[in-house]
Design a protein around this ligand. Structure first.
Ligand code: ADP
Length: 298
């Protein structure tokens, strides 16, 4: 870490904790997908987790801090407490500083506990609107979060419609995908309007790489793309790339069972993430997208 970044971080810790801070040691942890990530240790033994990036997407770290703060407030599942962010306004290296989570092996019953806590996270954050205070990012794709009272409208404008437009602009769609996309958008009310569940706070990007097991073997959520939406959209992402076993889902449903017809709705919510992967990583995701589109647009 360069000395300018170190002194910015020390200043932030002093400001937020009221105690002098001098960084003793910076041991790099396995980098993230996007940013430099490391545990830092102070002379007095306190430790923190630092992510920095000389050229982050605009507002990326403040948006992450805001999401972690909201998720921690729900108090249902552990989330690293954000300490603060810096660098962005001053033309220095932007960063986010948060609680360091020492990791350990998942305890027996980890997935059961995780499923139960994740359902509690959704239940305890119920709300009546869809969106979030600011736009944020899904991976490195901008994620629009303008508030809506209606879930279908929110999903049409800010999720599926947004990703379909992006694929068109990126030259990653073709006339077949565009036509099926239009048809699916028309059918959205039949497909996802019911059941009229409330919104709740979603992690927004929960795949197997976005949770940790802490030193007590309990789950911790990291790296969110948070917004208020319907919970099935969160569960759909967990089903796409592995990392969650059947115990997770049965424990979730013991706390808050899914309503009839969830299987089809989950496919629509998966489509959104597959489209995002198409936009981020290219054509390998095309056929997965079109296969869901064909099944539900007809
Ligand atoms: P990126 O934003 O670059 O994708 P992540 O937030 O996924 O970075 O973090 C990168 C890695 O650092 C994670 O996979 C995880 O192993 C570790 N990590 C993330 N947050 C913490 C934390 N608060 N404490 C300890 N380790 C963390």
């Amino acid at each position: 870490m360069d000395s300018k970044l170190a002194s910015q971080v020390e200043r932030l810790i002093e400001e937020k904790t009221g105690q002098p801070a001098q960084i003793r040691d910076g041991s790099r942890s396995g980098g993230g997908c996007i940013n430099d990530a490391q545990r830092i240790v102070l002379e007095d033994g306190r430790d923190f987790f630092l992510k920095s990036n000389p050229r982050p997407l605009p507002g990326m770290f403040p948006r992450e801090a805001e999401a972690l703060e909201k998720m921690a407030e729900v108090n249902a599942i552990r989330v690293p407490h954000p300490v603060g962010t810096g660098g962005e306004d001053r033309g220095e290296t932007p960063f986010i500083l948060m609680e360091y989570i020492p990791t350990g092996s998942a305890k027996s019953g980890f997935h059961e506990s995780f499923g139960r806590q994740f359902a509690q996270f959704h239940i305890q954050s119920k709300s009546d609107r869809f969106g979030f205070d600011h736009d944020n990012y899904l991976g490195s794709t901008p994620q629009p979060n303008g508030w809506e009272d209606d879930w279908v409208e929110f999903w049409r404008k800010h999720r599926l419609g947004f990703q379909l437009d992006l694929a068109r602009r990126n030259g990653l769609s073709d006339p077949t995908m565009d036509r099926l996309g239009e048809k699916l958008m028309d059918r959205l009310p039949e497909l996802i309007a019911e059941p009229a569940e409330p919104s709740c706070l979603l992690h927004g990007d929960l795949w197997g790489g976005n949770y940790l097991s802490d030193d007590k073997g309990e789950p911790v959520l990291i790296d969110p793309a948070a917004y208020y939406g319907r919970r099935e959209a969160d569960l759909a992402m967990t089903m796409l790339f592995g990392g969650f076993n059947s115990t997770f889902y049965s424990a979730y449903e013991e706390v808050w069972p899914l309503e009839d017809g969830s299987r089809d709705r989950l496919e629509i919510y998966k489509l959104h993430h597959l489209l995002n992967h198409l936009n981020l990583f290219g054509g390998g995701y095309y056929s997965g997208c079109v296969s869901i589109l064909r099944r539900y647009a007809g």
